[in-house]
Design a protein around this ligand. Structure first.
Ligand SMILES: [Zn+2]
Length: 436
């Protein structure tokens, strides 16, 4: 029997179906007077407040969040913590962006003091934006992984991260080699994977910065540690795709590079996928590989418009999670990211429903990370990562929500107008980790 724990009172939202498979409004369960009971780090009950309070018993602490929306913590399935310092850098597209802004910013993470401070700032900003889980790129320095997982452990957050593998087409101060990259990853997996809530992600940066020997080593690592994740980038920008064709002339296409080295399948998450061929779309779907949709980044770096409808509603559908891709992305806020996803979908004639957008930013991203049984929704047995969202955090949102006719309208107002000010509180593993 769980300890008495804590009951949060407020409006609750949770998913009862996939909003891309059923009418989206039917996929969300909303309780206007709801509650979430958390104990022993997990959700014990969620539903009408009277029922949840009765189940929790008289010894549970009760925290009344008023009319705040109690929702699953957001999940960001592709983000670079060392690039916070490069966010909002002007005037380049992908390859020049890396040379001009990214690589110099990443160089500073050879200093563990800098890395630890960067990790702490990143994680605190995640919490301030209601994001409780992320799939995170550090740098090629093994110490940048240690710093990150130390800071994540201190906060009790479920986080995935893994040393960036990069043995060519990068400055010497960031390059490893196939053997050292393998050895360092192996040691980091032993130290961190499955320790507390930490999950290791094998991380070749992208095909152009790894030799065939390093890609093969990454594939070997995944075969040896199949419950780790894999993360990389795919078909973000047309110049990048042409470069991959030159570097891997034997591959059928960009995704085939990853496939042939054993880096496709459930638990592999590729950022972007903006310019995919029909063969790549089919192969991604059939292998169960996931795509991290990074709309603010695709707009900011001018990479292109992601075909969310085409990929997510194909048969079989591609697993898609939402992601910020900071620092190419412009915000750690999943509200701003959902809004950009809506706007990008609009340009392809697809009206992304707010429940679908919210699902991509929670369950979808958790599914991409193969952890949807643990995070991304509110259900008994799941880890108790909960955010309390103030539905009227600014005068503009308040006047819009006052005229809302449904929870759909309330959520859409948050998506279009909300930011970090809407996050009233965040709970991680059942403990309060952030208060506005
Ligand atoms: Zn990225």
């Amino acid at each position: 029997m769980a300890a008495p724990g804590v009951v949060l009172k407020g409006q609750t939202i949770r998913f009862v179906a996939d909003p891309f498979a059923v009418p989206p409004d039917d996929a969300l369960a909303h309780e206007a007077k709801g509650a979430v009971w958390m104990a022993a780090g997990r959700i014990q009950a969620v539903g009408p407040a009277a029922e949840v309070l009765a189940a929790a018993g008289p010894d549970a602490e009760v925290v009344d969040h008023g009319d705040a929306i109690l929702a699953p913590g957001f999940v960001d399935c592709h983000v670079h913590y060392p690039q916070l310092a490069a966010i909002a850098s002007y005037g380049t597209q992908l390859l020049e962006w890396l040379e001009t802004y990214t690589f110099p910013a990443e160089r500073r993470f050879e200093d563990p003091v800098h890395a630890r401070a960067g990790a702490e700032f990143f994680l605190d900003e995640c919490l301030r934006n209601g994001t409780t889980t992320a799939c995170v790129y550090p740098t090629s320095h093994p110490g940048s992984v240690d710093s990150f997982f130390e800071a994540a452990t201190a906060r009790g957050m479920r986080m995935a991260c893994g040393k960036v593998l990069m043995d060519r087409n990068a400055p010497s101060f960031l390059r490893d080699d196939a053997q050292s990259g393998y050895d360092d990853s192996k040691a980091l997996i032993a130290r961190w994977h499955g320790a507390g809530r930490n999950v290791y992600a094998i991380t070749p940066r992208f095909a152009p910065t790894s030799t065939e020997a390093q890609m093969a080593a990454a594939g070997a690592l995944w075969r040896e540690h199949p419950d780790a994740l894999v993360q990389s980038h795919l078909s973000e920008n047309t110049d990048e795709i042409a470069w991959v064709r030159d570097l891997f002339p034997d591959a059928a296409d960009y995704f085939d590079v990853y496939e042939r080295f054993g880096l496709a399948g459930p638990g592999a998450i590729y950022g972007h996928g903006v310019h995919l061929t029909p063969r790549e779309r089919a192969a991604i779907a059939e292998t169960g590989t996931a795509i991290a949709h990074c709309p603010t980044s695709n707009l900011f770096i001018g990479s292109g418009l992601f075909d969310l409808k085409g990929l997510r509603t194909a048969a079989p559908a591609v697993e898609v999670g939402l992601a910020t891709d900071v620092g190419g992305g412009t915000s750690l806020s999943m509200f701003k990211t959902m809004r950009a996803a809506y706007e990008v979908a609009q340009l392809s004639g697809f009206n992304l429903h707010p429940v679908q957008a919210w699902h991509l930013a929670t369950v979808g991203a958790a599914r991409a990370m193969r952890m949807a049984d643990r995070v991304g929704d509110l259900a008994p047995g799941m880890e108790a990562d909960v955010v309390a969202i103030d539905p009227a955090s600014t005068p503009m949102i308040a006047q819009r929500v006052a005229a809302a006719e449904s929870i759909r309208d309330v959520l859409f107002a948050q998506i279009v107008l909300g930011d970090d000010r809407a996050i009233a509180a965040a709970y991680v593993g059942g403990e309060r980790a952030y208060t506005r």
